[in-house]
Write a new protein. Structure first.
Length: 253
């Protein structure tokens, strides 16, 4: 294209048309000939101003590093352009996500927007508590330092036995023992199905007293305790008198 907005071939076509339509004497009076018209078209400016007629692109990248901010460049510090500086080797202002580590402001820059890797948004190194789950490293990350909200400060889900009392837990003593004061993260009680060491002799997980374990003492059901052990005893009057309606063997006389 030239400064008139016309391609050279278009000018030649127009000139040829004018020459073919106008009388020869009028062309001579105007000082126009076919040769001068073709010469004029050939000398019109074309291209993008860089001397390359076939290239209409901006050549600013070729001048990156000359210390002058040319068209298409955001910056140019000359030899000070660097991958770790404010102006990159491509003459663009350093920015998070460009893949260049600007050592003044960035901790990392992996050139992507994935917050599940080792470099999260704002070009910060991933760490537990930043609110982003680092794939293959963390199981959870809720972005806070609260221990009892389901995700601990170690970025692992809360579980019974981790020593942290979570919602739904009455206690958490940091172990999985069921014979202490806190089995299954609930306070031990008669009828929970766990024999509380030093406190209970039995615990069948119910609150019945006519079976082998008497509730609420969690002691074995024996003849003479006043509780009939169904299927084992016929009666139990809770005494040691042998000649009443229930013998000392808990049998009917």
């Amino acid at each position: 294209m030239n400064k008139l907005g016309l391609a050279p071939l278009t000018i030649l076509a127009v000139s040829a048309t004018l020459l073919g339509c106008a009388p020869e004497d009028e062309m001579m009076d105007a000082g126009l000939t076919l040769s001068t018209t073709m010469m004029t078209a050939a000398t019109l400016d074309t291209g993008d101003g860089d001397g390359d007629e076939d290239d209409t692109s901006d050549d600013a990248s070729a001048d990156c590093g000359n210390g002058v901010v040319d068209p298409g460049e955001q910056c140019d510090f000359g030899p000070e352009n660097s991958e770790s500086g404010q102006c990159t080797p491509e003459c663009t202002i350093a920015a998070c996500g460009d893949g260049y580590l600007w050592t003044e402001l960035e901790e990392c820059d992996d050139g992507n927007t994935n917050n599940g890797d080792g470099c999260v948004e704002n070009c910060k190194l991933a760490e537990c508590g930043d609110g982003f789950v680092q794939e293959g490293v963390e199981d959870c990350d809720d972005g806070n330092d609260i221990e009892d909200d389901g995700c601990t400060t170690a970025c692992v889900p809360a579980t019974c036995g981790d020593g942290i009392v979570q919602e739904g837990e009455q206690c958490d003593d940091g172990n999985m023992l069921t014979g202490d004061d806190c089995p299954a993260c609930q306070l031990a009680y008669c009828g929970d199905g766990h024999i509380h060491g030093g406190v209970e002799q039995c615990d069948d997980g119910n609150m019945e007293s006519n079976d082998a374990c008497v509730y609420p003492q969690c002691i074995p059901n024996v003849c003479g305790d006043g509780f009939i052990n169904v299927g084992v005893e016929q009666c139990d009057d809770g005494n040691d008198i042998d000649d009443d309606l229930c013998t000392n063997e808990c049998m009917l006389p």
